[in-house]
Design a protein around this ligand. Sequence first.
Ligand SMILES: Cc1ncc(COP(=O)(O)O)c(C=O)c1O
Length: 454
Amino acid sequence: MSNMKEQALLRVVEEKTPLRVVNEDLEIGKVKCVDLASEYGTPLFVFDEETIRENCKRLRSSFSNYTGEVKICYAFKANSNLSILRIIKEEGCGADVASYGEIYAALKAGYDVKDIVFNGNAKKDNEIRYAIENGIYLIVDSLDEFKKIEKISKEKGITKIAFRINPEINLISTWSTSTTESKFGISLSKSPEIFELAKKSHHVEPIGIHFHIGSQITDPKIYCDVLDKIINKMREIKSLGIDIEILDIGGGFPIPYLLFSYIDTKNAQRKKELSASYDMKKFGNNLANFIKQKLEQESLQIPTLIVEPGRYIVGNSSILLVSVQTVKDRNGVKYVAVDAGCNILQDCWTYNWFFECVAISKTGAYDKKCHIVGPLCDSGDILGKNRKLPDVKRGDILAFLQVGAYQLEQQSNFNLFPKSAAVLVNAGQHYWIRERETPDDMLSHDIIPPHLKK
Ligand SMILES: Cc1ncc(COP(=O)(O)O)c(C=O)c1O
């Protein structure tokens, strides 16, 4: 590690990710990354158990000044690997689920039904039935869905529900889910009407209000502005004789993404959104204080507070190890082709996401400009454009950082490339948590009808 700049860069990596520099090697969970790559092969997601546990604890303590009960319902969509779910459950969290499969996973991972909330804007009858039969609380996205739930509840008894409210704030961010154009929820202005209707039902009991602004919301003021409007509506709803027992403020808590090789100077707003640094303790404290004061001001009872973090719990806990397959120069551009593509880091495709990358098996200054590309037959298969890396060669190992949220989950078999396997590391130990797919695994659901078998 002779180069000063490289040392400074790796200090930032140590601060924001579980990677540690030990005797010139990069380690995660006290295991050398190069050893993991050679033992398990690449591409390989590596999750650090300790980091996930610390994130859960930090988040819990951030809301400790709230006077009512606080439930952390982890958003399964961020990563529903069973081992990860077990760790998060052991840390005392509940579950935010959005499909039959996620309810099934929550039950299988041992989550208490009292701590599960069922979200989603297009729940099917069998999903609603499954939730109701298991005593799971539902978050209702529309009047139409309410009618469907009411009908199914008639057969089953009384179902407790919340309504998802869309506060319709027009954030510029790509990850906002609560703009006027977003598909989610019921307009804030219509919410008293729908609560009044639900109150008349003999089969459904409205006890909660829910919103989810979006992801990577770096400014607590955005939550406070929405909460101000929501709590005003809670007062109106109370005047209809309905006490809100559960206030669910969704997820969206951000992580400070590393962007030391980000050179898209035209997109400064995006850079700001991705990398904003903040103190979670203050962030949570601010929100809890704001809610308490506003409830007092409106003379409302203190409801149970639910938060639904996904990215915050798992985002920084994982790296993706990849190996360099080929390196070429064409028209003065260096292409570093690795064995993972946008089928594995899907967000590079869908959101043009920026995942920072470091060289694991190579030291040296980060001064060689290149495009890092995947193996897919698609020219959009670019994991990093105009990055700076050391002078990497075929066979070198690289790591993409902060890939723990939404990536393992969204992988595809495009081009019949297997999805990446995953391991968990903890204090020098390492374990498979998702096996590597074989070609037979990938084809296992394909069926050849008899006339094509000849
Ligand atoms: C309803 C709901 N809750 C929670 C989350 C988790 O968001 P994040 O991972 O940004 O915390 C999402 C993400 O899409 C969501 O749709």
